[in-house]
Design a protein around this ligand. Sequence first.
Ligand code: NAP
Length: 280
Amino acid sequence: MTTRRAFVMGHPIAHSRSPMLHGYWLDRYGIAGSYERVDVAPEDLGAFFAAYRESGWVGGNVTVPHKLAVIPYLDRIDEAATKLGAVNTIWWDDGRLIGGNTDWVGFLGNLDELAPGWDRDAKKAVILGAGGAARAAAYALGERGLSVALCNRTASKAEELAVHFGGMSGHGLDALPALMGEADLLVNTTSLGMMGKPPLDVDLAPLKPGAVVYDVVYVPLETGLLKAAKAQGHRTVDGLGMLLHQAVEGFGHWFGQTPEVTRELRSLLIDDIRAKTPGA
Ligand code: NAP
């Protein structure tokens, strides 16, 4: 039996947790495959793709700093990757190399799992931030039919993103309190609150009662924002499941099995985060 080989490529790549989660699924489903870290410096990207076929890769994940740079080497990118301007998953389809983006699927899969029914009557969402994670969240919530407002330190970036997706609004942080009063979902996609970064300082008092609060940051698992939201009686969603759920589609393409995001997998990753980041 041939061993199917998939990769996660980035630079640096040593700290990626993706091998742990794909390794768990390979074991669980008894698949003869591997999922390997590949450190590719930006100047070596051309050589990586020149050797791609001979390397026998069935596909893989792409992370910082290559999510945009890989696009010219692919035969086609899917609708989400086109809209998000970034590729995080590569696979073969009938001899053609395809790039997709599954971050938005991960964003929704996690939200659906940890806050079931959240979208039953949800109409409005507020997203803090306007970077890569904000793009995935905005696209995902737009696809679910929510009205989306983006608030960012650099207001112009939020405004540009709102125009890019269409039908959304972009603001500076000063607009946040008023927008929170009507929001059914508040999402933090900034890096604030992450271990080693400054805390995210948001007064949740104006937030609509019953709103769900989602932080895409997952180190620590329970950020200051989520603690404050819980204390105020809101349902909360941490960011770890976004990482887990975004991986499902790629595994399916490469290994022919749609894997399940289990409690056991989540615990495995939580243990790893806690072991490597004391205090998380
Ligand atoms: P990014 O593209 O660099 O965007 C960073 C965002 O944070 C920008 O909106 C930036 O605002 C804002 N920001 C940074 N420092 C700030 C400060 N001091 N005050 C106010 N705003 C500040 O980063 P990203 O790729 O979107 O990642 C953001 C976070 O999401 C990271 O913590 C990352 O680990 C996490 N993430 C999680 C997942 C997951 O699977 N759970 C996936 C992707 C990302 P400006 O535009 O004003 O600079």
